[in-house]
Design a binder for this molecule. Structure first.
Ligand SMILES: [Zn+2]
Length: 279
């Protein structure tokens, strides 16, 4: 069973779920959740209405080993499993149940390259998800993820997808580099901002201006090759620029001016190499 903390009030209101360490080595959200737990237990922070559920570590097996996942990427298999075949399917089932018991979901992640700016994924734009993303303490919002996976050879059952098809409202936050203390602070502020936006706590917050980027494509690495330079998340790319080069000479170039997102210099063959987006 996953560790779960539930805070119920007697006043009707939103049901909010916080998820940490869906990827085992992304612990900024877990730490921020534990700090919120301390604040609630000591009554420094008081819930005014609704209910708050927190799963600080959604993949405890990977968390214990300091890795993203062990057998299966949890954020690609979130759904109900009647007969789980491995621990990560058990965790996915528990996370799915928690999503079904709530209304709003904030899924807290971090990224594996130092210096990357924090950002949010807004996969299913609507009035409620836009409220959540507006409150997040990030400068960039990335939209259109589900569209680019429609034709990709990789299935993507993430928390946002499961929430969406279940009539719930979820966003994913990438709070910055795993090992940067600032990532924990971004997670903490975003949680408090969302609680305040939902009128669940009294907390003054300023809405940050945000850049909204639209994903155009995911590039899957087909075979041995490398990225042409030390690209970092959100670097600009120009139309015609060669981004990736396969060892057999085939080039992967940008078809438009835009941005490279989440470049993975160590991508294994058959996995996500990088993404392209436009403003
Ligand atoms: Zn993650």
């Amino acid at each position: 069973m996953l560790t779960r903390y539930v805070y119920e009030t007697n006043v009707p209101g939103p049901r909010l779920l916080l998820l940490g360490a869906v990827h085992g080595n992304e612990t900024a959200g877990s730490k921020a959740i534990m700090r919120l737990k301390e604040a609630l237990d000591s009554k420094k922070t008081v819930l005014k209405c609704g209910s708050l559920t927190m799963l600080p570590v959604c993949n405890p097996l990977a968390y214990a080993q300091g890795v993203r996942f062990v057998e299966k990427n949890l954020n690609r298999i979130i759904r109900r499993f009647e007969r789980p075949s491995c621990p990560e399917e058990e965790f996915a089932d528990e996370v799915a149940q928690a999503i079904l018991q709530n209304e709003y979901i904030l899924d807290l992640h971090s990224t594996h390259n130092a210096g990357e700016p924090p950002f949010a994924f807004l996969d299913y734009p609507g009035a409620q998800t836009r409220r959540l993303v507006a409150a997040a303490d990030v400068d960039y919002v990335i939209c259109n993820w589900p569209e680019i996976y429609r034709d990709a050879p990789i299935a993507d059952y993430c928390t946002e997808y499961f929430a969406h098809v279940s009539g719930r409202y979820a966003i994913t936050l990438e709070c910055g580099y795993h090992y940067d203390r600032a990532a924990e602070e971004i997670a903490r502020k975003s949680i408090y901002n969302v609680l305040a936006e939902l009128k669940m706590i009294d907390y003054p917050f300023e809405v940050r201006d945000k850049s909204y980027l639209t994903l155009k494509e995911v590039v899957i690495k087909k075979r041995a090759g490398h990225l042409q330079k030390n690209y970092r998340h959100l670097d600009a790319v120009a139309k015609g620029e060669v981004i990736g080069l396969y060892e057999d000479g085939e080039k992967v170039a940008a078809d438009y001016d835009g941005f490279i997102l989440i470049p993975n210099h160590d991508a294994a063959d058959g996995t996500e190499w990088f993404y392209l987006a436009v403003k």
